[in-house]
Design a protein around this ligand. Structure first.
Ligand SMILES: Cc1cc2nc3c(=O)[nH]c(=O)nc-3n(C[C@H](O)[C@H](O)[C@H](O)COP(=O)(O)OP(=O)(O)OC[C@H]3O[C@@H](n4cnc5c(N)ncnc54)[C@H](O)[C@@H]3O)c2cc1C
Length: 341
């Protein structure tokens, strides 16, 4: 196992913010996992797992602890059952599935990051989410120091959540993920932006490959490539409403979307209504094409990010009465806090 000392968290995350992490271990083999956790336990260090760092924010104080960098590689597929090591690139898996004509993840094209993080927040886009094709995961359980298999029901998937980012945060290291898919295609009606693209460009191929192309083109126009621009997004989760809140919001003429997974107001709409689209706040640009993405143009520090976030969330609260929740996970420098070890 490769190990490093005093590495900037900013170099491990797409937002490129965050001070120094005391220890960084590259997990390239299953057996590295207990070794890294045993080291951390011996010194009462907190631990954090990072894959692609596209949904992780470092703080300026860094981490007096251990970061486990997930670099587990490997992939197998048999009749639509995919077993993928957690360190594989998510979009490569989508590409492979689409080439083979399997449906279920084609709308999740171009989501940055690695496979291990996909079930953590149940990645979703354009009407699909990973939970729909998820079968199981092999993981290391830091509470029992053992390798286990977790089934789909164990994850308790919801909108951008599972036990991995709620009740069991930091307990498991996901080693591999098994997905089940069948040949087929998505059914219309698609998401509004996809229908608009189809109308504008006359797209007719709705096979997994065709949908991948549509989604990739929509995303290319709207979202920055985090390899080129330091960024994070969606930075805020959408706001879900109960039936009474839904009625109130509709009476006020706000943009409520009623759906089978609940009624919501897109946080992008809330941010836009407050005039933040395209604005530069403390060096943090609210992406003009998709305001849920924040671009670190010159913010540099977590303190500036926090100022920009506070301005956006408090303005939205004052105007609409909703607190938007942050989506990316933060690396908090604390020793021996419960499940964080
Ligand atoms: C431009 C942009 C667009 C995006 N678009 C979308 C989108 O459309 N839909 C969407 O859902 N998300 C989107 N995201 C968010 C992000 O791409 C996803 O959350 C993705 O799954 C992050 O993968 P990662 O490997 O970079 O995660 P990381 O940031 O490395 O990790 C995220 C979380 O998962 C945990 N984790 C990582 N690997 C493991 C593991 N092996 N075992 C246990 N825990 C682990 C980490 O500790 C952390 O809490 C976008 C991000 C960006 C920057």
């Amino acid at each position: 196992m490769k190990s490093y000392e005093n590495i900037f968290i900013s170099s491990l995350t797409t937002m490129r913010i965050g001070g120094i992490a005391r220890h960084v271990f590259e997990i390239e083999d299953e057996k590295d996992i207990p070794e890294a956790y045993n080291f951390a336990s011996a010194y009462w260090y907190p631990t954090y797992i990072i894959g692609g760092g596209a949904n992780t924010i470092g703080r300026d104080e860094g981490l007096d602890g251990v970061i486990l960098l997930n670099r587990l590689r490997g992939f197998s597929e048999n009749n639509g059952e995919f077993t993928i090591m957690a360190g594989e690139n998510w979009d490569n898996v989508v590409d492979y599935a689409c080439q083979k004509g399997y449906t279920g993840i084609e709308a999740l094209s171009k989501i940055p990051g690695l496979v291990g993080a996909a079930p953590v927040q149940n990645i979703g886009a354009y009407g699909q989410e990973v939970a729909n094709v998820f079968k199981s995961a092999r993981a290391y359980d830091t509470a029992t120091n053992s390798f286990i298999t977790l089934e789909k029901k164990d994850f308790q998937f919801g909108y951008r959540k599972s036990i991995m980012n709620t009740t069991m945060k930091n307990r498991f290291f996901i080693i591999s993920v098994t997905l089940e898919m069948k040949p087929g295609h998505m059914e219309r009606p698609f998401y509004n932006s996809m229908e608009k693209y189809i109308e504008d460009y006359g797209a007719t191929d709705f096979s997994p490959k065709g949908i991948r192309e549509i989604v990739s083109n929509i995303r290319k126009d709207k979202l920055p490539d985090p390899r080129e621009k330091a960024s994070s997004g969606s930075f805020f989760k959408n706001v879900y409403l109960d039936p009474i809140e839904t009625e109130k919001a509709e009476m006020k003429g706000w943009a409520v979307h009623r759906g089978h997974d609940g009624n919501k107001i897109n946080s992008a709409w809330l941010i836009e209504q407050c005039g933040f689209k395209g604005q530069l706040l403390y060096g943090m640009r609210v992406n003009p094409a998709a305001p849920l993405v924040l671009i670190n143009e010159s913010a540099g520090t977590y303190a500036n990010l926090a100022r920009a976030r506070a301005q956006i969330t408090s303005t939205v609260y004052d105007k609409f009465g909703y607190w938007m929740e942050q989506e990316p996970v933060e690396i908090i420098n604390t020793k021996n806090r419960g499940a964080q070890r």
